[in-house]
Design a protein around this ligand. Sequence first.
Ligand code: ADP
Ligand code: MG
Ligand code: MG
Length: 254
Amino acid sequence: MATLEIRDLHVRVETDGEPTEILKGVDLTVESGQTHAIMGPNGSGKSTLAYSIAGHPKYTITGGTVTLDGEDVLAMSVDERARAGLFLAMQYPVEVPGVTVSNFLRTAKTAIDGEAPALRHWVKDVKRAMADLKMDPAFAERNVNEGFSGGEKKRHEILQMELLKPKFAVLDETDSGLDVDALKVVSDGVNRVREGGEVGVLLITHYTRILRYVRPDVVHVFVAGRVAETGGPELADELEENGYDRFVQAVTPA
Ligand code: ADP
Ligand code: MG
Ligand code: MG
């Protein structure tokens, strides 16, 4: 079993030349095999949390710790984080010109495992994962993110997660911009990964609708740069009914 632990994390970003504190003491512990939903209004700092775990250079850690089984994640390079078992699907994935999906996946797998996957198994695994995600086999020969539709980007994220088999996957707004059919396909992918019981999933979202298909074990309400409340799946039901008002009011001076 693996543990991802975030303690009192403070993060700043430069906005209009001014350093602004966005994360104000985030505490969060996820065990492998669990799915945690992080839900909060726009601008509350959810993506900042994802980027900070990923090691994006724009985000300056000013306090606190992130550890994976006690190892200091914040001291690791972006590559080292991937090798340690962290998978971070970003909200706005970048284009990788001239690199096909197929090559990208194989290179990532090789980098993470320290050796190239055995070709016969690998080709079969990729085909099966793509079929599960209802992806056209021709997709494997397209360049990464070049002209991908919103739905294709999300499927590509889940494809990576299924094939790279991380210890922890951070999915930021994986559900945004998907129609119901695509949402179902993507949710099925997340649920397949969960079934193995070995991956910890951090599902970051503004919307409650993906939680109809992916039932989280733990729900965190994220407001104004920190976790305001933690509960079970019933907390997501409350959010679906009443929105974030009660939580936002609690942190807004009258
Ligand atoms: P969420 O994902 O919850 O919508 P974000 O983390 O994207 O929230 O944003 C939180 C706050 O931090 C916002 O006020 C946003 O403008 C600011 N912010 C986040 N990333 C950057 C950045 N790279 N540069 C400038 N401001 C940023
Ligand atoms: Mg946002
Ligand atoms: Mg965001």
